[in-house]
Each structure stands twice: as structure tokens, then as C-alpha cells.
Design a protein around this ligand. Sequence first.
Ligand code: TRP
Length: 448
Amino acid sequence: MQTRVLTGITTTGTPHLGNYVGAIRPAIAASRRADVDAFFFLADYHALIKSDDAARIERSRLEIAATWLAAGLDPARVTFYRQSDIPEIPELTWFLTCVTAKGLLNRAHAYKAAVDKNAEGGEDPDAGITAGLYMYPVLMAADILAFDAHQVPVGRDQIQHLEMARDIAQRFNHIHGRDFFVLPEVVIEEQVATLPGLDGRKMSKSYDNTIPLFAGGAKALREAIMRIVTDSRAPGEPKDPDSSSLYTIFRAFADATESAAFRQSLVDGIGWGEAKQRLFERIEADVAPMRERYETLIAKPGEIEETLREGAAKARAIATPKLAAIRDAIGLRAMGATAAAKATKPTAAKAGKGPRFASFRDGDAGFRFRLLSADGEELLLSMPFADPKAAGALQQRVRQLGQAAVLREDGDALLLELDGEAVARTPQAGDELLGRLREALEQLAAQD
Ligand code: TRP
């Protein structure tokens, strides 16, 4: 069986040498493996969270698509598409949103960092934070779950997003009682090099220390390399390869023999200017043919458009039936299908195996009831009522709630709310209990 490996590329900015070595090149190499069914997509919906500049969004999508194709991504072999061409992704995003705990999203690193920054600046905690940023992890979960990806190669900063995708998938699977979604595994490439940038720190757009991959042609590449910071050793003085960015970058392109020769030259005292020229020539040997393809591609955006549309058709062949099954599972069915669905619901009540209510008198406090699971576990304890009839009427209403039940976290318990008032509480909090409670409420509603 092939492993489905899926990854998204946020379409902001212009690819640099660090992106090529750290992400593009290894991903394309992996996509050629026979046991891999690779999905690559342009995460342009995610890009909208980071930028509202339409021209930049447009430009970046084109540049990034052309870069991946020029670097050797074979659209006949992999599924290469744009997120915004797959309507099933936002559709699934909503379905997942409805089972995602708000508290889970409160804990997302990117959101929390933005809140902390506001707090430091004495601002309102949510100042300048869009709901898009807040919902980012759910959209990402939909990207992955719509295609049942097994593995998702990402950078370390994305590990939490993958954990959330698994969490959300599990929650959905639990609620609907079936393994709808494959639980995706995160893959962190430990082997790939992170390139130092011009100033020796990790090459990154946020440090403004990047070396462009294609932008500006060979001239811009050479100019950037000439600006890499070195120490002040003069020509003839031995250089330490292991503390030199030049050597680190050189090795990311060269084989062992070439690297050893470059290393020796540094030890022998080659001047920094000459060393940079050699580094430029080595990189240019790899980049020049790709740049040529890149220029050809970017001159014909219509062809890239066509390629991406074909990719979207391939991707939707999977996502469309998947979403149809999900719509059906959650109750968005053709009207006539309802009766049939009811008939197939487990008739736990009849067998006496369903959840049930147990009423009792709680001393002077009044009349209460508990909701017990099929195995007798206490799921809810009601507030006390002076009148046993009121307690009975409430049971009747709880019985009908099903998915509409409003449950709110309150310290170490969950509250069941009706008309904005807490009417019952759970003995403890936690996702597991929440799952069982939801399940019990749905079973009760189905018994009616
Ligand atoms: N958030 C990812 C990043 O910034 C990009 C991304 C969006 C992604 N959707 C995805 C990656 C789905 C993997 C799978 O790198």
C-alpha cells in the first residue's frame, strides 16, 4: 500500500535558498518514491490570514507554483493543486469547527503569542487578531483530513497544528461512532540542512537575511552571496570551515568530494572573496537550469493555471465523495432518507442498554435526577427542584436535546445549559467525559 503524504505551502513571499534546501528539494525527492502517494498544495486560504494585499497574494501563488514545478515536481506523478480550488476544504472546515473545542484553539501557539504581545503592549488581548488567525488550525485540519493523509511532513513550528488535527479527527470519529478520518502523523525531517542566512542566523524571511533562489537572476544570487558575513581574516590566513556559513551552504549543494576540496581551500587560506565566488559557482550550477525552467513557466501563467486545475480535479475525485459521506453521517441528508436512517439507529433503549435518568430526593434541597450512561456511570447531576414535576419536565427537555445540547466548561465540571441557565453539571471536566455525555444525549434523542 502507498502512504499518502500531504503537505501545504503557504503562498506568502518569494522562495529563498533556505526554502529550497530545507523544504522544496527534500519534498520533491520524497515524492519520487514508489511507496509514496504525494499531495502538494498551495495553501492560499492560509495566505489570506497573513496578508490582505491582493497583488501580493496573486504574485506569490504564481511564483511558488512555478518554483516547485521548476525544481522538478512532476504533476503527472503527484497531486498538485490549490487549496482555493477545492470547495470541500472550507465545507469540511465548518463541520470540524462545530466539533472543535474553543478551548483547544485558545491554546494554539500562534494565537497565544499574538495575545501575549497585546498584553505586553497594554492592549486589549484580542487587538488586531482576526478570527482567521484563530481558526487557522481548523482549516489546516480540514486540508489534511479531507484527503485521509497518513503523513504530513512539516517544520517543527507546525507540530502543534498536527496534534490539533488528530484531536479534532478523533473527536469527530468519536461523536459519529466510526473511523471517518485517518489520524495523520507528523513527519519532522531531522536530516535536512537548515541554511544560515547572510548574518549567520537561520535563513528566514523574518530575519531579512535571505539569499533569493530565482528572483533577480544570477546577478542577485551572486550579490547576496558576496554579502554573507565572514570574519576579518585576510587572504593567506587559514579559515575555520566549521564556523563559516560559506562552508555550511556549500555542503548543502556539493557532494562529499567537492565539500572536502572546499574545506581544504579554506584551511589553506583562500581569500573570502574568492571563496564566495566558488560558492556562487557551485550553487549556480544547480540553480541555473531550474531558473531557466522557472522563467519559461512564469512567462506562461496560463499553463500553470491549467496544471493546477488538473491537479484540483484529481484531488476532488477524493474529497467530493468523502464530503458526501460526511454530510450524510452528520444528518445533512436528502429529506426522504431520514426515515431509513432512523430505522438503522441502534435501538439501545429497547434493549435496555441506553443511557437513562434516575430521579431522587436530595434531603431538604429538593428533587434532583442523574443522567447515567448505559454502564451506570454518572454523566450529569441536575440542580435541585422544589417541585418533582419541574424535574420531570426538565428530563423530558434534556431527552430531546441531542446535538443541540449546550455544554460549557466551568472550572472542573461541564455545565448543561438550557435557555442560558445551567440546569445540570457533570461530576468532572475533560474531553473524554464530554464525548461520552454527547454520545448519551444523542442516544436519548434517538430513542424518542
Ligand atoms: N501551516 C503550514 C505552514 O505554515 C502550511 C499548511 C497549511 C500545511 N495547510 C497544511 C502544511 C496542511 C501541512 C498540511 O507551514
